[in-house]
Ligand binder design. Structure first.
Ligand code: 5GP
Ligand code: MN
Ligand code: MN
Length: 475
C-alpha cells in the first residue's frame, strides 16, 4: 500500500492524481500511523479528490480512519467559482460536534478531595446518554431562535456571560442559518435536547495540566501547571443527525441532476451555488448554531456545579472548537485570496497568528486547538500555525482516532474492568451505558501522543499543554 504513497517529508505523504482525481491526495502522518491506517482512508481521500471544484489537495489528518463518504480526519476546500460542491459526507452526521475547555483557577490538589462528589454532581447535572433530555423545553418556533443565534441565544437566556461568546469559533453564532430549511422532524426530535451531552464518544472530563510545552502561549491561553480544567465533547444532538439524514436524498438527487458521479452513499453533494447546495448550507449552519448553544448551556451547568463546591469560583472559557463543519473562509491560493468552502470532518480548525476572527489576545499566538485522547490517556491543547494554513487550510487532527471498531471493542472489553482499571490510575469514570463505555475503552483508540507528534512535526500545530484526566463522564 505504501507504494501508492509518495513520501514528501517525514510526516507528509502524497497520492498523485490518477483517474478522475482533480488534485493530489495528501496524508499527514508518521510512517507508523500510515502503515496502521485502514486502506479505506486512501480510497476515500481519492474519492474526495475527484469532486468538482476541489482546491489544492484532498487531505487526511494523522488520526484519520474510515468514515461515511469523507474519511474521519478529512479536510477539503472547494471554490464556488470553479463549480465547487458542498457535501453531507464532508461534514458528518453530528454537525459541529466539538470540544470546549473551561479553565478553573484551582490546582489539582485542591480538587482531588472533592473529586468523587464533583464527578457525581456533574453526572447528575449534565444529562447524558442516548436520547438524553434536559430541563429546557423548546417548541419548533422557539428552537428557530436557537438555530439562528447559537450560543448568543443561550447567553441571552442567562446561560453564561456575553464575554463567553468571544471564546467560541464564529463568536458563538455562525451567520447564514435559515431554520425554514430544517425539517419539522428535526426540530421535534430536538425538543428537549439542548444542554445535553449525548452518548458514546461524547464526554465531560475533569483534567489537570500535567505539562506545559510552550510557556509563552500557555500564559496567553491562561494555562498553568497542575491547573484543573474541564473539557467536554458533544455536538448538535438529534437535530444535526436529522439534518444530515434529510439532506442525503436531496443531495443525491442533485448530484445526478448536475452530473456529479456518486462514489459512496454519503459522498453525495451539490454545487455550492445550486439551490440544493444552498439549502443544505443554510440547514447545516442551523446545526452548527444548535451545537454552539448546546455547549453554552452545558458550560453554565458545569459552572453551577463547581460554584456549589467551590463558592465564588468562575470557570473561564478557553475556547470552543468544532470538528464537523463546512465553513466559508478566505485562503491564499497561488497568491490570490479566495473565498472557499472548507469541509473539516473529524478535523479541527487550527489557525495561526494574525487571524482577525480570533479573540484579541490569541491573535498574536494563534488559535487554541483542543484534542481529546481517551478517558484513560492524555489529551492536548495545541496552537495553530501559519505553516498549517498553507499546508492544510489551517487544520489539525481532532483526537487520537479509533483503531478498533465499536463492535470489536464491545466484544473485547468489559465495562466493570475498564472502570476498575481507570480507578487504579486515579480516574473516576461514570457512564450511562456499559456498552458505550466498552466502545470507548482507551485501547480502542490510537496512541494520542503519536498522533500529536505527527500533527506538530508536520507543522500543522505546536504543542502547548498536556492534560491528564481525573474524572470522566460518558453517555
Ligand atoms: P469523535 O467521536 O468526535 O470522532 O472523536 C473525538 C476524539 O475524542 C476521539 O478520536 C478520541 O481520541 C477522543 N475521545 C473519545 N472518548 C474520550 C474521552 O472519554 N476522553 C477524552 N479525553 N477523549 C476522548
Ligand atoms: Mn459527535
Ligand atoms: Mn466529535
Amino acid at each position: 500500500e505504501l507504494k501508492k504513497l509518495k513520501r514528501i517529508s517525514e510526516y507528509e505523504w502524497e497520492i498523485s492524481p490518477v483517474g478522475d482525481m482533480k488534485v493530489p491526495g495528501k496524508i499527514f502522518a508518521s510512517q507508523k500511523l500510515v502503515e496502521e491506517m485502514d486502506e479505506k482512508v486512501y480510497e476515500q481521500v481519492c474519492n474526495v479528490a475527484s469532486l468538482p471544484g476541489i482546491v489544492k489537495a484532498s487531505i487526511a489528518m494523522p488520526d484519520a480512519h474510515w468514515g461515511y463518504g469523507f474519511p474521519i480526519g478529512g479536510v477539503a476546500a472547494f471554490d464556488p467559482e470553479e463549480g465547487g460542491i458542498i457535501s453531507v459526507g464532508g461534514v458528518g452526521y453530528d454537525i459541529s460536534c466539538g470540544v470546549r475547555t473551561l479553565l478553573t483557577p484551582l490546582e489539582k490538589n485542591e480538587v482531588i478531595p472533592h473529586l468523587e462528589t464533583l464527578v457525581k454532581m456533574l453526572f447528575e447535572t449534565v444529562p447524558s446518554g442516548v436520547g438524553s433530555e434536559g430541563t429546557i423545553k423548546l417548541s419548533p418556533s422557539q428552537l428557530d431562535e436557537v438555530l439562528v443565534e447559537g450560543a448568543k441565544w443561550a447567553v441571552k437566556k442567562g446561560y453564561g456571560i456575553p464575554e463567553d461568546l468571544e471564546y467560541i469559533e464564529e463568536k458563538g453564532c455562525m451567520p447564514g442559518a435559515d431554520p425554514s430549511f430544517v425539517s419539522m422532524e428535526a426540530k421535534k426530535r430536538q425538543h428537549r435536547q439542548i444542554g445535553t451531552l449525548g452518548s458514546g464518544n461524547h464526554y465531560l472530563e475533569i483534567q489537570y495540566v500535567s505539562e506545559i510545552y510552550n510557556q509563552e502561549v500557555a500564559e496567553v491561553f491562561g494555562l498553568f501547571k497542575n491547573q484543573v480544567v474541564v473539557t467536554f465533547h458533544c455536538g448538535s444532538r438529534a437535530l444535526g443527525h436529522q439534518i444530515a439524514t434529510d439532506y442525503l436524498p436531496v443531495l443525491a438527487k442533485a448530484a445526478r441532476k448536475y452530473g456529479i458521479p456518486i462514489k459512496e452513499k454519503e459522498l453525495v453533494c451539490a454545487p455550492i451555488d445550486s439551490p440544493e447546495g444552498e439549502s443544505y448550507f443554510k440547514a447545516m449552519v442551523c446545526g452548527i448554531n444548535c451545537a454552539l448553544a448546546n455547549r453554552q448551556v452545558i458550560t453554565h451547568l458545569v459552572r453551577e456545579v463547581f460554584q456549589e463546591i467551590f463558592p465564588g469560583i468562575f470557570l473561564k472559557v478557553l475556547y470552543d472548537v468544532s470538528h464537523n463543519t463546512c465553513k466559508v473562509e478566505h485562503h491564499l491560493i497561488n497568491g490570490k485570496l479566495k473565498k472557499l468552502y472548507v469541509h473539516r470532518k473529524g478535523a479541527t480548525r487550527a489557525w495561526g497568528p494574525g487571524r482577525k476572527e480570533l479573540p484579541k489576545e490569541y491573535q498574536k499566538v494563534g488559535q487554541p486547538v483542543i484534542i481529546g485522547g481517551s478517558m484513560g490517556t492524555a489529551s492536548y491543547i495545541l496552537v495553530g500555525t501559519e505553516e498549517g494554513e498553507e499546508k492544510a487550510f489551517g487544520s489539525a487532527c481532532h483526537g487520537a482516532g479509533r483503531t478498533m471498531s465499536r463492535n470489536q471493542a464491545i466484544k473485547t472489553f468489559r465495562a466493570d474492568q475498564i472502570i476498575e482499571n481507570l480507578r487504579k490510575k486515579g480516574i473516576i469514570v461514570m457512564a450511562k451505558s456499559k456498552k458505550g463505555l466498552c466502545e470507548e475503552a482507551p485501547e480502542a483508540y490510537k496512541d494520542v501522543n503519536e498522533v500529536i507528534e505527527a500533527t506538530c512535526k508536520a507543522g500543522l500545530t505546536k504543542k502547548v499543554a498536556k492534560l491528564i484526566p481525573i474524572g470522566c463522564i460518558k453517555g
